[in-house]
Design a protein around this ligand. Structure first.
Ligand code: AMP
Ligand code: MG
Length: 535
């Protein structure tokens, strides 16, 4: 398996696998599906594939690992990051976690198609865990195949990088490779299965620890290991939390921080119009990173009830507007998991109830920033935001375009002038009449008054708005265009869109075609507005 020259950067990767060094392993080493006990992970090798081929890599992630273009385009790179070749120092394993799926405890889940290769510590001392998604069966694969397809891997690769450049905490993606094998998938679970190209994404994060890791140990009542795991997590991922305090206080300080990071992450999602789609507790990172890009989507027309996930169509548990409440619910599950280490429920309950206040406060600050206001003024802005939410739903309004265009209106003009400047954001401009028009203009008139009162040069206000209201997001149809081409063997758009989304807040006149409303063909196309967990 280890043949061929190893380019310098790859040869120099230094592994320091703390997770497997410090935490107990499942003693069994064969790759059969099983429930494990008193262990955090199982060692497992990626499955060898037919023909590893690089589709794309993210150069900033590569740089953070000390890898050059030459390293990333080498044959060895494609082999390593599809799982065909191991480097000295790697210690491949899949971790064990459980989780609540759609509100119901699902028991052991685990890395069913993710294999951690190892932890790289770079020249700056930063820890980067390398994880292959789609590299074959693990003891946690349950009834599934351990694989991933090009369609969902393009979506994960591009979206995690897009989110990073938008300033949203996220896991990163080093590479997207093809395995040269075909994988059977039934995209809409309707009996129409078809073969799709197999692919692997190498994800990178300081750790992939999820709420569900703690839940699993608590559910098994393995309290000693739960404590070991929490101590380990704090020491590696939260080393700034003081050891000089009583243990329980340290655990509570940790929970405060996890909660705060979760609030911040969700506020970012609300800012950019991101709908995760599967906020199960196994898909929640304790570092507050957006993780597990599956049936996610971006709000095009502003509809707080929208979810891209057809698997969730009935209850819409994970709809855009419900994300903060779900995040809090998920934190309740994490609190329950660590309760045996704290004994008292009251301090955890206090932190959970602070969540609401913290969320509202950060959300208000975020909304004020989107509107170019220096701060949230309760007397005027509470109503302004509530009315905006109504106004955005009177007729289909493109969320991204609306906020971006808002920066260009003349604050000394009238509400009617402002609406003219926003026309591009409306899917049915012919509906801008009568009551609808009156209500939008009335809101714009109040907004203009408020913007003028904000006592900031309009230029400064505009720049501030353009720094939080992206011009370019990974619109659902845009990802689909990349996928359609990639499935034909043309990967050029992967880099084109990656490049575009590296500067989401900049005007890029050469890419104006990617900053327009969703075209009509994409309104109800599978992959654009309807996605499932099949990936
Ligand atoms: P998700 O909610 O999509 O993140 O996945 C839920 C669980 O199913 C996790 O334990 C995954 O590892 C597992 N899973 C999803 N897809 C596959 C697959 N194709 N093969 C094996 N396990 C999978
Ligand atoms: Mg998951």
């Amino acid at each position: 398996m280890n043949i061929g020259a190893l380019p310098g950067g790859l040869a120099r990767l230094e592994f320091d696998n703390r997770f497997t060094c410090e935490l107990p392993a499942d003693p069994e080493t064969d790759n059969t599906r099983r429930q494990i006990r008193e262990a955090c992970y199982s060692r497992v090798l990626p499955t060898t594939v037919a023909a590893p081929t690089l589709v794309g890599y993210a150069r900033e992630v590569a740089e953070a690992l000390g890898l050059s273009e030459k390293d990333c385009t080498s044959e060895a790179f494609a082999a390593i990051f599809t799982g065909n070749r191991l480097l000295p120092g790697m210690d491949p394993h899949a971790t064990c976690y459980g989780g609540h799926q759609f509100g119901t405890w699902a028991g052991q889940l685990g890395d069913g198609r993710a294999i951690i290769l190892g932890e790289v510590v770079n020249a700056a001392g930063e820890r980067h865990v390398l994880q292959l998604k789609g590299a074959g069966l693990t003891p946690y694969s349950r009834s599934a195949d351990g694989l991933a397809v090009l369609r969902s891997s393009v979506r994960e690769f591009l979206c995690s990088e897009a989110m990073h450049h938008l300033g949203v905490p996220t896991t990163r993606a080093l590479s997207l490779t093809l395995t040269g094998e075909q994988v059977m998938r039934d995209v809409l679970y309707d009996g129409n299965a078809a073969l799709e190209p197999g692919a692997v994404v190498c994800r990178v994060a300081p750790s992939f620890t999820r709420f569900g890791h703690f839940q699993m140990l608590a559910a098994r009542q393995e309290h000693a290991l739960l404590k070991t795991f929490l101590d380990y997590t704090i020491d590696t991922d939260f080393p700034h939390l003081s050891r000089e305090v009583p243990e329980k206080d340290r655990y509570l300080a940790w929970f405060v921080e996890v909660s705060r990071r979760t609030v911040e992450m969700v506020v970012h999602w609300m800012r950019v119009g991101f709908v995760h789609g599967v906020m199960n507790t196994d898909n929640m990172s304790v570092l507050g990173l957006t993780i597990d890009y599956g049936p996610y989507g971006w709000l095009e027309d502003y509809d707080p009830n929208w979810t891209p996930n057809t698997t969730d169509a009935a209850g819409r548990r994970y709809r855009f507007s419900h994300q903060p409440a779900v995040a809090q619910w998920n934190l309740v599950q994490l609190a329950n998991a660590i309760l045996p280490l704290i004994d008292e429920a009251a301090p955890l309950e206090q932190i959970l109830s602070d969540f609401q206040e913290q969320y509202v406060s950060l959300w208000q600050t975020m909304m004020a920033a989107k509107l170019g206001l220096q701060r949230f003024e309760p007397d005027t802005d509470a109503d302004l935001f509530t009315e905006l939410d109504v106004v955005l739903q009177l007729t289909e309004t493109d969320m991204t375009l609306f906020y971006r265009r808002l920066a260009s209106i003349d604050v000394d003009g009238s509400g009617a002038d402002a609406l003219e400047a926003l026309l591009d954001a409306y899917y049915q401009p012919e509906e801008l009449q009568g009551e609808v028009r009156d209500q939008i203009e009335a809101w714009l008139t109040s907004y203009l008054g408020r913007a003028r009162a904000d006592a900031r040069e309009r230029d400064e206000q505009r720049n501030a708005m353009n720094a939080v209201n992206p011009k370019y997001v990974l619109r659902n149809y845009l990802a689909q265009l990349v996928i359609d081409k990639a499935e034909q063997g043309d990967y050029s758009m992967v880099y084109e869109v990656l490049e575009l989304l590296r500067r989401p807040y900049d005007e890029q006149p050469e890419h104006e075609q990617f900053a327009v409303k969703r075209p009509d063909w994409a309104r109800s196309r599978v992959g654009c507005s309807q996605l499932s967990c099949s990936s």
